[in-house]
Design a protein around this ligand. Structure first.
Ligand code: IMP
Ligand code: MG
Length: 179
């Protein structure tokens, strides 16, 4: 285990098994529809690539980048679009793939933005959900795991751009970010 971690919350095996289950649900729900799967950079990159390779139905890929915490462990409530989609989504079935939902600010902003472009549907697939931290109401249609109110890193999730490539998800020691 990485020395900056308190403990491992989700092992590589546990994550992998859940990703297979989510992929099977998406396959069943989007059979014959070729959904546009939108990766929210950078945190969901490993979740996204594992999820899409576990799906059997055809999908299309696109990427967006949204600013969130910067180098702090607390949300600002301010959302900024850094990179937009490369394609039109009018009439499309869109699935937003995100690493973690916390306050809900990021995804409620994004959902509103995408809805304004006339898609057939917009659903949210998130690996982790910190339900107890929600500030704005937001439903996660495809959820990997509920997450306690701890700062977690690994499998794409970072603290100040570190720890993203750990293959598991762990709880970061408070001493690392409470300085
Ligand atoms: P929200 O807008 O408050 O829902 O924040 C969601 C974003 O905050 C996520 O996409 C992450 O980038 C970041 N975030 C929230 N909690 C954590 C965490 O525990 N570890 C790493 N990033 C987090
Ligand atoms: Mg993120």
């Amino acid at each position: 285990m990485h020395p900056d971690l308190e403990s491992i919350m989700l092992s590589q095996e546990t994550i992998g098994a859940r990703v297979q289950e989510l992929a099977a649900r998406l396959d069943a729900d989007y059979a014959g529809k070729t959904p546009l799967m939108v990766c929210i950079l950078k945190g969901s990159v490993f979740f996204y690539t594992d999820l899409l390779r576990a799906m059997k139905e055809p999908v299309e890929l696109d990427f967006m980048s949204i600013s969130s915490y910067g180098a702090s462990a607390n949300t600002s409530g301010e959302v900024r679009l850094l990179k937009d989609l490369g394609c039109k989504i009018e009439g499309r079935d869109v699935v937003i793939v995100e690493d973690i939902v916390d306050s809900g600010y990021t995804l409620s902003y994004l959902k509103r933005l995408l809805h304004s472009r006339g898609p057939a549907s917009v659903r949210i697939c998130a690996l982790l959900d910190k339900v107890s931290r929600r500030v704005v109401p937001l439903d996660v249609d495809y959820k990997g795991f509920d997450c306690a109110d701890e700062f977690v890193v690994g499998y794409g999730l970072d603290y100040a751009e570190r720890y993203r490539t750990l293959p598991y998800i762990g709880i970061l020691k408070r001493s690392v970010y409470e300085k």
